[in-house]
Ligand binder design. Structure first.
Ligand SMILES: Nc1ncnc2c1ncn2[C@@H]1O[C@H](COP(=O)(O)OP(=O)(O)OP(=O)(O)O)[C@@H](O)[C@H]1O
Length: 742
């Protein structure tokens, strides 16, 4: 084994996910290429490497690194390069130069032991000095942890996430039970945790392993939307994952049930296995729905039919029979479901219900599951509508508890009527949290289109409640004349009934462009967004047009479409900063979407009058534009709706994705002026009628489908509504029977 020491002059290649690096090392008397797994080396850093010389047929002589250690950089040049590499947020090339000019070879020591002295540098104030000191300390800690993780084959991308979760307890926590990684870290599944554990010598048949494998399998079922899984299926799947005897899995399930981490339930001679939170949620939702439905309401001293006539006169419309029925039932029921497709008058009905109650002096609150849906509800009713999370005052409590809902049984929502829109998107956990905060005697009105895709999270809440028939349901089914003008609405209803849509009717809003190959489809979509739609209809290609696709991967998936659309709609430009994250590039001006809820992310609205507004929370599905990329500070600023400015550190950029194209699943609850969608081959599990229905009902003004009609027909005929294991319907009946004493 040979040892070399030198400074990293250049990083030629680095695979972010596994740490494989090719770099140029300048030693005292030579310049050499080094290759190997070195996840935590940085430009300008001085390192000592151990390994051997190898000969590569294309690249010649190289030094293959087996192990390496960092050495505190010894030269002024080395220190400056190291500090300016972007490793420490707050220090960019300019500040690095100043630090080295001031402190010379002591620079690193000053950062480590005496960061107060940074104040001596022009341009560094107290706040900035503190930020740099913290970042430097964290960087040191991360380095030790990364090296530990690297020994067990964990890539740097995950290393950072693990560190964020466990902090300086990382090493001890993983040593104690490596399987916790699969529960705690987004992106680490059982298989990866298992590999690490096996590397550490954990036994194949250990309890930790069996429990983790069972819980992981159960979570996989829930990520497909199931609230429970039949025990047989769970054992089959967990056994093939764990590769141990069946009895061990069965025993593991019993042990977990005794520890109350899972719940077993015998229904019609089938044992159902629930992950605990879903069990509690399902049980509470059923109890609460029945309780709300049966609680006697404070009677309103009105003649409902007269009120309805009055509302008709005031809004100069004649309600359809079912609209009247919905208004009537809203008065008499603790729980009412109003369902219907697009253009069937849901919004008009809600507006009338709100007016009726408000006229009687009752308070009404409005909410919807996503920020965008809440915004639309607010625009349609001219009243404040919140996200359900906001309504329940979801917020940070303390480090131990994390985020929690402040509104619950103890501090319920203070309102006589609660109306929730887009309920098809609400999963069992959120429904449970919502119902906890609703007092018996409050009227709850759930509005939604049951034919949309079900919630992303587990459960089939709206459908189960409707199918159970235990509460009043009014289905709106008349498409009003005004709505009939729109082919989007007419076709949405046709598709929902399994009929072919009317395509390319002159002067209408629903078009199909025939293209056979995937390449032609993508080329046409690009051309539509860039040229045709802006030119002929005046649409803004980025703001107004949304490309929706069923798929993430493949020729017509979001990744490819985004790359192509970014290329033409926001091309590379020397004045536009860029930042590469994984496979994609963010560029100033790009359209992006937040892909997970981050309740603690700070935003600021900068107003003309100089009084700025501040708040917290950026949510899954929020759209924004890249406003600034600052290499010096390692930060990217995004401008969201209402001019909310949010600053992301580079390490948070995995919360954002390019959004010229998004998946149909991610589009739920949003609306766009124009929807463009590829119609191509894909797995039948995915290409379903309600996926197509959801996509086209997102468009307000224009739909353009591009592809092969064969696949359009295939989607319309594919009425497979993927079965979800959910016990809510049955449970609602059980609770009702119990209360009635049957
Ligand atoms: N009773 C009625 N008579 C005539 N027109 C009506 C009536 N009710 C609603 N409309 C009109 O029908 C159209 C669709 O109604 P509305 O927006 O309430 O439906 P919606 O179900 O909320 O639709 P979407 O889900 O697409 O938002 C609107 O233009 C509305 O003014």
């Amino acid at each position: 084994m040979i040892t070399l020491q030198g400074t990293i002059e250049e990083i030629i290649y680095k695979n972010e996910s596994n740490g494989y690096t090719v770099a140029i090392l300048e030693t005292e008397d030579d310049v050499v290429t080094i290759v190997g797994y070195m996840p935590v080396i940085n430009l300008g850093e001085t390192i000592m490497v151990q390994g051997n010389w190898v000969y590569h047929s294309n690249y010649g002589q190289q030094f293959k690194v087996d192990t390496y250690q960092a050495v505190v950089p010894a030269s002024l040049n080395g220190i400056e390069k190291y500090l300016s590499s972007g490793l420490i947020p707050g220090i960019g090339p300019k500040i690095a130069k100043k630090i080295v000019e001031k402190f010379g070879l002591d620079s690193i020591d000053i950062l480590q032991y005496n960061p107060d002295r940074l104040l001596e540098i022009d341009g560094i104030g107290k706040k900035k000095a503190q930020k740099i000191a913290e970042a430097f300390a964290e960087q040191r800690e991360i380095r030790d942890i990364m090296i530990f993780l690297q020994e067990y084959g964990i890539s740097p991308t995950y290393g950072v996430r693990i560190y964020k979760k466990y902090g300086n307890e990382t090493i001890s926590k993983i040593r104690e039970n490596p399987y916790r990684l699969s529960e705690d870290i987004f992106g680490i599944g059982f298989k990866m945790a298992d590999k690490i554990a096996r590397n550490m010598g954990v036994d194949l048949r250990s309890d930790y392993r069996i429990f983790a494998g069972i819980k992981f399998t159960l979570m996989e079922f829930s990520s497909e939307g199931h609230t429970y899984v039949p025990k047989r299926e769970l054992v089959d799947k967990a056994q093939s994952l764990l590769e141990v005897e069946r009895e061990l899995v069965e025993d593991g399930i019993t042990a977990l049930a005794l520890k109350q981490e899972i719940q077993l339930e015998n229904v019609d001679n089938e044992i159902r296995v629930y992950y605990m939170p879903f069990y509690y949620a399902e049980a509470n939702v059923s109890k609460k729905i029945i309780e709300l439905a049966l609680t006697e309401l404070k009677e309103l001293d009105i003649n409902v039919e007269e009120e309805i006539n009055k509302l008709e006169r005031e809004s100069s419309i004649k309600f359809a029979k079912n609209q009247k029925e919905a208004i009537r039932q809203a008065v008499f029921n603790g729980v009412l479901v109003i369902t219907g497709g697009p253009g069937t008058g849901k919004t008009t009905t809600i507006n009338s219900i709100i007016k009726l109650f408000e006229n009687q002096g009752l308070s009404v609150v409005l909410a919807a599951p996503t920020g965008r849906a809440a915004k639309r509800m607010s625009e349609a009713t001219l009243r404040e509508a919140k996200t359900i999370h906001r309504l329940l005052e979801y917020s940070f409590v303390d480090d131990e508890t994390g985020m929690a809902f402040a509104r619950d049984e103890g501090t319920p929502i203070d309102s006589d009527v609660v109306i929730i829109d887009e309920v098809s998107m609400v999963d069992i956990l959120l429904m449970n949290n919502l119902l906890k905060a609703i007092m018996p005697g409050t009227r709850l009105i759930l509005v939604g289109d049951v034919d949309q895709l079900p919630s992303v999270g587990p459960g089939n809440v709206l459908r189960d409640i409707i199918d159970s028939k235990v509460v009043k349901v009014v289905k709106l089914n008349e498409i009003f004349r005004q709505a009939q003008e729109s082919m989007i609405i007419v076709n949405a209803h046709r598709i929902n009934k399994g009929e072919m849509p009317f395509l390319n009717v002159k002067d209408k809003d629903f078009f199909f462009i025939n293209k056979d190959s995937n390449k032609e489809v993508v080329d046409t979509i690009i051309e539509l967004c860039k040229e045709r739609l802006p030119k002929f209809y005046g649409y803004d290609p980025v703001k107004d047009i949304q490309v929706l696709t069923p798929m993430k991967k493949g020729d017509t998936g979001v990744n490819v479409l985004n790359e192509r659309l970014q290329d033409v709609l926001n091309p590379k430009h020397k004045l536009k900063n860029e930042k590469q994250v994984g496979e994609s590039i963010f560029r100033v001006g790009d359209k992006v979407m937040q892909i997970k809820n981050n309740y603690r992310m700070k935003w600021e609205i900068v107003k003309d009058d100089g009084i700025n507004e501040e708040g917290e929370g950026v949510f899954n599905g929020d759209f924004g534009y890249v406003y600034d990329i600052d290499e010096e500070e390692n930060e990217m600023t995004v401008l969201f709706d209402d001019n909310k400015k949010v600053v992301y550190s580079f390490s948070q950029l995995d919360e954002l994705k390019l959004a010229y194209a998004i998946t149909i699943h991610k589009s739920q609850g949003s609306e766009f002026p124009v929807v463009v969608m590829p119609i191509c081959w894909g797995p039948p599990m995915l290409l379903t009628r309600n996926l197509l229905y959801t996509a086209i009902t997102r468009a307000k003004e224009l739909v353009v489908l591009v592809g092969n009609k064969k696949f359009l027909y295939m989607m319309i005929n594919n009425n497979r509504i993927t079965k979800r294991y959910s016990g809510l319907n049955k449970r609602l009946h059980k609770v009702l029977e119990f209360i009635k004493g049957e």
